[in-house]
Every structure is written in C-alpha cells, then in structure tokens.
Design a protein around this ligand. Structure first.
Ligand SMILES: NC(=O)c1ccc[n+]([C@@H]2O[C@H](COP(=O)([O-])OP(=O)(O)OC[C@H]3O[C@@H](n4cnc5c(N)ncnc54)[C@H](O)[C@@H]3O)[C@@H](O)[C@H]2O)c1
Length: 384
C-alpha cells in the first residue's frame, strides 16, 4: 500500500459526488499506486444531507463553504462535481490556490469560459495538474479499442459514428439546472456530445477539422418548477446532431438526445476502417466488437471480445478473474487510479484529458452550436 496520500476535497454530493467518492475510496484498494487518496473534505450546499453523506462515504470533514477548500492544508486536489455554471469559478479559485483540479465535464458552459480555464491551468505551472472526468475513456473495452487503433489494426479510417441516446427528458421531467443555458450552457449537446467528442478524439488521436452542419432543437420549451405551481422556460437543446470531418479525412456523425424512448444510456461509438471495424456500447460496456476485414470472407463478421482479461485488457488486472464483468462506477475508479498515478510521478494506463485537451472538445462543441445557429458549415480554424 502507498505510504503517501493525496488529500481530496470534493465539491458536490449528488450523482457525481457519489460516483467520485466511491472512486477515490476504491482506487488504492484495487490498484497498486504510488500515492493513495485521503478523503479529506466534502462540500455541497445541501446542508441537511451533507453530514450524513460525509459519514456514509468516509469523508473526514464537510463544509457548505466550497471556497474554504482553497485554504485547507489537508486538500491537495479539488474534485468538482457541481453544475456546469460553477466549474469555472470553482476551478479558477482552486488553481490560484495551487491545488490540482479534477473537474466534471463539460469543462465549462461556453468556449470563452473553457478558454479562461485552459489559460489558468497553463499559468498555474507544470506542478499543478488538471483533469476532466471523461470517464468513458477508461472502460477496458475502450482501452482495448485505443490500443488496437494505435497498432493500426483498422488501417485508414473512413467513418466514425457516435451516438448518445437517453430518454429521461420528456415534458413531465421537472425543471432543473440541466434545462437552463445560464446553468448548463447547453443541453444534450454539452452533456452527451461532450462525451462523444472526447471519446472519438481520444480513439482517433486526431483533431476534428470541419463541422458540416448541425441541428440543436428545443422540443420542450417549459417545465414545472418542483414544489411550486410555476413553469420555467427551457432554453437548451433537447437533441443535438452534427456531421464532421477528422483531419485524416474520416467523416463522422454525432447524435445526442434525451428524448429517445427505449434508449436509457445508449452511448455507442463505431469506427470503420479499411482493415476492419470496431464498435462499443455503454449498455454492454465490457464488450468490444471487432470485424476483421482481412479474415477469410466465410468467417468475416462481428466478433465479441469480453475485455476482462488481465494483461490483455487495460485495467482488467486490478479487478476480477476473466469474464467477471465490471460496471459504470469502475470507469471512475480506473480514472481516479490514473490520476493518482500521475500525481505520484508515474504514467497513467491510458492518456488522461487535462484542461487543454477538454478545451479542444469544447471548441468542437462550440463549432457545432455555431453551425446549428447560422445553418452553415464551420471550419475549426475559424473557432479560436
Ligand atoms: N462524467 C459523467 O459521466 C457525468 C455524469 C453526470 C453528470 N456529470 C457532470 O457532473 C456535474 C454534476 O452533475 P450531477 O449529475 O452530479 O448534478 P447533481 O444536480 O446531481 O448534483 C450537483 C451537486 O452540486 C451541488 N451544488 C450545487 N450548487 C452548489 C453551490 N453553489 N455550491 C456548492 N455545491 C453546489 C449540489 O449540492 C449537488 O450536490 C455536471 O457538470 C455534469 O455535467 C458527468
């Protein structure tokens, strides 16, 4: 077990707060790491729930004042799991205080905000590390896909097909921070396309150079405010679709929605190259599908690879015997382990996104919104 530990300060204690708390407390139990994680302090605004949450997940302290984490000597890394409008203010404050920051996605509401964060991370110097929770990179099957692509097993890439379909956004879903541009920035786009853009940029190892067209409609224009008789206006997209080109010439389609009945969490990426195709879907997240275009025609077809084999599949050695599958939360734990590796001076098992990298994802998201707004193609060179 690691003798040194990194003090974690977490902001947010709901969905991501739970996922991150679990990840920090599990990482050093399953991985051999140069440094461990100490659950130093958790902060959130729901005062009534905070104490019980801290106790349940093993946080040493709790506070409703997130600003206090900046001056807390027990905190080395601040983990931001709050709504999108708080990311910039909280991350900037913590970077100024010299803390490492791990921020939830999307990095920011707008490209302008993301740029400020990218620049602040650069100004903080090389000793201060930043990370963004694009957790799907760390599914072992995605890690296998990344390795196969680095080995050239797909050859030249022709198509990238990425879709993230959910169904929780019907008109009966009440108002929340997720439906307002002031708090979320965008809707399905920043929420779901952010993951797809990161995942495809990561797998391809290439930049997106053009957006050819996009649509980002709002279908549900107002929602009931919980606990009142009022309704509030929704001004973010419920769905966002766009076409793009990668710098190597591959064409790509992106589709995100919260209104696809029958799809609970259908995050699916398919890549077609001259030597074969790869396909992954979160709803069967341990499996990577591979079609080898060089197999004899009578055997050619989709092969299902259960990416659970130690030594063969990233992260698998830390978990269970072959075929003993892992789940959603393990992506966060695998990422916490890689963050701790980096903070302990070692290499992550797979590359981690920092603020500069997440800024590039935000640029693509911004270009798609510009394309939808102005009904035109957008060259990434025109998006600073
Ligand atoms: N990586 C992923 O797969 C993934 C999944 C879901 C959400 N997210 C991202 O995580 C972030 C949080 O989403 P969530 O689903 O956990 O939201 P949530 O609404 O479930 O939780 C938000 C938390 O932020 C706290 N909070 C709100 N305002 C605050 C303030 N002013 N000061 C301190 N704390 C405050 C709340 O108390 C709550 O604990 C968002 O950026 C979202 O996009 C990422």
């Amino acid at each position: 077990m690691a003798s040194k530990s990194i003090g974690i300060g977490l902001i947010g204690q709901k969905f991501m707060g739970r996922a991150h708390s679990n990840a920090w407390s599990q990482a050093a139990k399953f991985f051999d790491l140069p440094v461990g994680a100490r659950l130093a302090v958790v902060s959130a605004r729901d005062r009534k729930e905070l104490g019980a949450f801290a106790q349940r997940f093993g946080w040493a302290k709790s506070t409703p004042k997130w600003e206090s984490l900046a001056d807390d000597p027990d905190v080395d890394l601040v983990d931001i799991g709050t709504p999108n409008h708080l990311h910039a203010e909280q991350a900037l404050r913590m970077l100024e205080a010299g803390k490492h920051v791990a921020c939830e996605k999307p990095l920011a509401r707008t490209l302008a905000e993301a740029r400020v964060l990218r620049d602040a991370a650069a100004a903080a110097g090389r000793k201060v590390k930043t990370f963004v929770w694009h957790n799907y990179r760390r599914a072992p099957a995605i890690g296998l896909a990344w390795n196969l692509m680095r080995e050239g097993r797909l050859g030249k890439i022709f198509h990238v097909r990425a879709r993230y379909l959910q169904s929780w956004g019907s008109k009966s879903t009440p108002m929340s921070w997720r439906y307002s541009a002031a708090t979320a920035g965008s809707g399905a786009h920043g929420d779901l396309n952010a993951h797809l853009v990161d995942l495809t940029r990561f797998l391809m190892g290439e930049a997106i150079v053009d957006i050819h067209g996009a649509v980002a409609p709002t279908f549900v224009t107002s929602r009931a405010v919980p606990g009142t008789k009022r309704r509030e206006r929704c001004d973010v997209d419920d769905a966002a679709l766009f076409l793009a080109t990668f710098e190597g010439g591959a064409v790509a389609s992106f589709e995100a929605t919260r209104l696809a009945e029958g799809h609970l969490n259908d995050n699916t990426v398919e890549i077609n190259g001259e030597r074969g195709s790869l396909r992954w879907s979160l709803e069967d997240m341990n499996v990577l599908e591979w079609c080898d275009a060089e197999a004899p025609p009578r055997l050619r077809g989709w092969t299902k690879i259960l990416a659970t084999s130690a030594g063969n599949h990233p992260y698998a050695a830390a978990w269970w015997p072959d075929g003993h599958i892992i789940g959603y939360e393990h992506g966060f734990t695998n990422m916490a382990a890689d963050i701790l590796r980096v903070l302990g001076g070692k290499k992550p098992e797979l590359p981690l996104p920092d603020f500069a990298d997440a800024y590039e994802t935000c640029r693509v998201l911004e270009a798609a919104l510009l394309s939808a707004k102005h009904r035109c193609a957008v060259a990434m060179n025109d998006v600073p």
